[in-house]
Design a binder for this molecule. Structure first.
Ligand SMILES: [Zn+2]
Ligand SMILES: [Zn+2]
Length: 267
């Protein structure tokens, strides 16, 4: 059994927790260590249970607490070379830093959890996303901070039991909104952020027989609303006639646990 909960999602801070067997890991650490602790407690777990931190890329909404977790908590940190360097993580003397690269597969907890690394199209130095699998092959895939859904990402995330996918902005709201032109251009670019429609469109390729839950992530506070994101994703799901639970995660409170298992509902 594998499960995921999103402690916070959005440009103010991203952090998720993934649990399989007796192994628990964090995905990104864009909240304060204190908030991570508080929100883990609300999910019935704690930093003491966490055995590793995986980072997608160096933007501060993903790495703010990484240094503290690496040094004060001694958490091993997995990230690409470029992410570690740009996040300033080679600095701490006693940090346990472990370099990953596109295509790697990392096994943790004696086979409890396998983590596959895939490069993402985003304007970080060397950004990646991760797909987590338990010992029975059930998978949780999470991809945010993507300018578009590359063939590589589609292949890696296709058919996951639980899919966390960026639905960053509504293109019309962004275009008509108050952001300066350069920022609009950056977000809309091939290495910016994934729009609601692009995420919904991508579901055609991403949903599989085993997909039970889709969670919209990294919603922009200024250029999106939970309703707009959910409506777009729902259109994508309904077009396929798929029977999946659809939710969106927010910045201020953790979601519940989303479980990948053949029977039973979400936790
Ligand atoms: Zn981000
Ligand atoms: Zn980013």
């Amino acid at each position: 059994m594998i499960e995921v909960a999103f402690l916070g999602s959005g440009s103010t801070g991203n952090c998720a927790v993934i649990r399989a067997g007796r192994t628990t890991v964090l995905l990104d650490a864009g909240l304060s260590p204190r908030q991570i602790g508080v929100r883990l407690a609300r999910l019935g777990t704690s930093l003491d249970d966490v055995s590793a931190l995986f980072l997608t890329h160096e933007h501060s909404d993903h790495v703010a607490a990484a240094g503290a977790l690496a040094t004060k908590r001694g958490l091993p940190v997995y990230a690409t070379c470029g992410t570690l360097a740009k996040a300033g993580l080679p600095g701490p003397l006693f940090a346990d830093l472990r370099t990953v690269a596109d295509g790697d597969e990392i096994a943790l907890g004696g086979g409890d959890l396998t983590v596959r690394v895939t490069r993402t199209p985003h304007d970080g130095v060397d950004p990646v996303c991760y797909v987590f699998a338990d010992g029975t092959g059930h998978r949780v895939g999470v991809a945010t901070d993507l300018g578009h859904l590359s063939a590589k990402v589609l292949e890696a995330l296709s058919g996951c039991d639980v899919l966390g996918l960026e639905a960053n902005h509504d293109v019309d709201v962004l275009r008509e909104g108050a952001y300066p032109a350069f920022l609009k251009k950056r977000i809309l670019s091939d290495v910016g952020h994934l729009s609601n429609d692009a995420a919904a469109e991508g579901l055609t390729r991403l949903l599989g027989e085993r997909t039970r839950i889709v969670v919209g992530l990294h919603l922009s506070k200024n250029n999106n609303t939970p309703t707009l994101a959910e409506r777009a994703l729902r259109r994508g799901v309904e077009r396929l006639g798929a029977n999946v639970v659809l939710e969106v995660a927010g910045p201020d409170a953790p979601t519940g646990w989303y479980r990948a298992r053949p029977a039973g509902g979400i936790g």
